[in-house]
Design a protein. Structure first.
Length: 501
């Protein structure tokens, strides 16, 4: 059986004494078989990783920016050359189909490319002669040891959203990936070492809540980046910020897609299907709620149902598969329970994904497509983040009623509108209470040079992921006021050849 351990000070932790001896299991979602055992860090491993990062920070933070960028360019080339290898690990442990896994790698590479061009973002500002012989300069400096905690649904991408920007800014990094899909993180660390990232600059600790809390409590950790569910995001933010750490904690989502009667309903249906069921719905940017206004409802439902029923579900390594399994059996069962509960809470079950299996792979974590119409806002299936291939449709008579539904949600991650009316689209983007807005775009994930993050219970902390906000999160400002008398006006001191009046 394959073993995944930690990466500390430039090597696997099995070469270092003091392992906790705790292990977890990783299953292949398509077969249900345990394929890997993963080490679960305790206090010793966390301390070793942070200590390695702290030691490396002393020199890495003072290394020339050009040197750091050159290493990241080499890293980007190695990641590009190993796209298929990284994608295969994602499929094997998370269950994504190959196309989704490759897309994840591509989105991660986009942020590595952003980090490669960080020179202009790190430059400071200077004002001269603010007073006689007085200059003021603003500079940005790294924080120290920073931590990233990432979820199972994007085992490679979300780590790549964090540590390339952090280390480009001069910090050192400890990454705690999900123990459900740990292997991609180790390959990313190995490739970083091959690119020339010095020992201790990037460290990996596998683990569960024991490792998370140890990192949040560690006095040598300066900042924490987190992506996961809202309850855990709230815990991470509260615990780490109470200890004086800078925190960005991105939580769950219930992304709404508003469809007006004038919309191109075929385009809207295509968008809803791809955004709701892609990656088996296991992404925070998935559209999980469609709000259909007026006459759009019935026509839209029929179009969505027709397209959704054609989705080919199967193992991620099968080129014919368009949607893979869910990550674990427990998660699959939880999603199925939500679908069962929706019928009991008066929703119309148009498509029921429970009980779906793949021939020859009956023990896989399979869940078919579920489409629920006329869902009520007080139902469990609407109020909670399901994180599976379940799309809820709500009906509204007017735009105003639809906006009351959307803005009444405690989540504020993303929202989209489908319409041909520019005025309606403009009004929506100004009125909707979310951090990321799509206009005829169902999943408005910002490109790398903009920043990613939501509002309300979808995000805790002031800074978003990647883009310019990442530079501000991973550095802190310092203002230097200096006064140097003109040597020509100084009667004493070293003779520099200036005439003295």
């Amino acid at each position: 059986m394959k073993t995944v351990t930690h990466w500390i000070a430039g090597k696997p932790y099995r070469d270092v004494s003091g392992a906790s001896g705790a292990w977890g299991s990783v299953t292949d979602p398509a077969t249900g078989e345990v394929t890997t055992r993963v080490a679960l860090a305790g206090a010793d491993e966390v301390h070793a990783a942070v200590a390695a990062a702290k030691e490396a920070y002393a020199s890495w933070s003072k290394s020339p920016l050009a040197q750091r960028i050159a290493i990241l360019f080499r890293y980007r080339a190695l990641l590009d050359a190993h796209r298929d290898d990284i994608a295969a690990l994602i499929t094997a442990e998370q269950g994504k189909v190959r196309a989704d896994a490759l897309a994840e790698v591509a989105r991660g590479l986009e942020i590595v490319e952003l980090a490669c061009g960080l020179g202009t973002a790190l430059k400071g500002d200077t004002s001269t002669e603010v007073s006689s012989h007085v200059d003021v300069a603003s500079i940005r400096q790294p924080l120290g040891v920073v931590v990233g905690i990432s979820p199972f649904n994007f085992p490679a991408m979300i780590g790549m959203w964090m540590f390339p920007m952090a280390i480009a800014c001069g910090n050192t990094f400890v990454h705690k990936p999900s123990s459900k899909a740990p292997s991609a993180s180790m390959l990313l660390a190995e490739l970083a070492a091959e690119a020339g990232v010095p020992d201790g600059v990037l460290n990996i600790v596998q683990g569960d809540e024991v490792a998370v809390d140890a990192l949040l409590d560690h006095p040598d950790v300066a900042a924490v980046s987190f992506v996961g569910s809202t309850p855990v995001a709230r815990h991470v933010y509260s615990r780490a910020s109470a200890r004086g750490k800078r925190v960005q904690a991105l939580g769950g989502a219930k992304n709404h897609m508003l469809v007006l009667p004038d919309a191109d309903l075929d385009a809207a249906a295509e968008a809803a299907v791809s955004a709701a069921y892609g990656s088996a719905g296991q992404r925070c940017m998935a559209v999980s709620v469609v709000v259909a206004v007026g006459s759009a409802g019935d026509a839209l439902i029929s179009r969505i149902a027709e397209r959704a029923a054609r989705i080919r579900i199967g193992p991620g390594n099968d080129p014919a598969s368009e949607m893979g399994p869910l990550v674990t059996k427990a998660h699959r069962d939880e999603v199925a329970d939500y679908v069962a509960g929706a019928a009991a809470q008066r929703a119309d079950v148009v498509l029921d994904g429970r009980g779906y299996t793949v021939e020859g792979l009956e023990n896989g974590h399979w869940m078919g497509i579920s489409l629920l119409d006329r869902v009520s806002t007080d139902s469990d299936v609407y109020r909670n983040e399901i994180f599976g291939p379940v799309l809820c449709v709500l009906r509204a008579e007017t735009y105003e009623e639809a906006m009351d539904i959307i803005n009444g949600s405690p989540f504020g991650n993303a929202g989209a509108i489908f319409t041909r009316d520019g005025g309606a689209a403009r009004r929506f983007q100004l009125e909707v209470e979310v951090g990321m807005v799509g206009v005829n775009v169902p999943m408005p994930v910002p490109v790398g040079y903009h920043s990613f993050g939501g509002w309300k219970d979808s995000a805790f902390g002031d800074h978003r992921m990647y883009g310019s906000e990442a530079v501000h999160f991973y550095t802190r400002g310092k203002v230097v006021t200096s006064r140097w008398p003109d040597p020509a006006e100084t009667a004493s001191g070293p003779d520099l050849g200036f005439p003295v009046s």
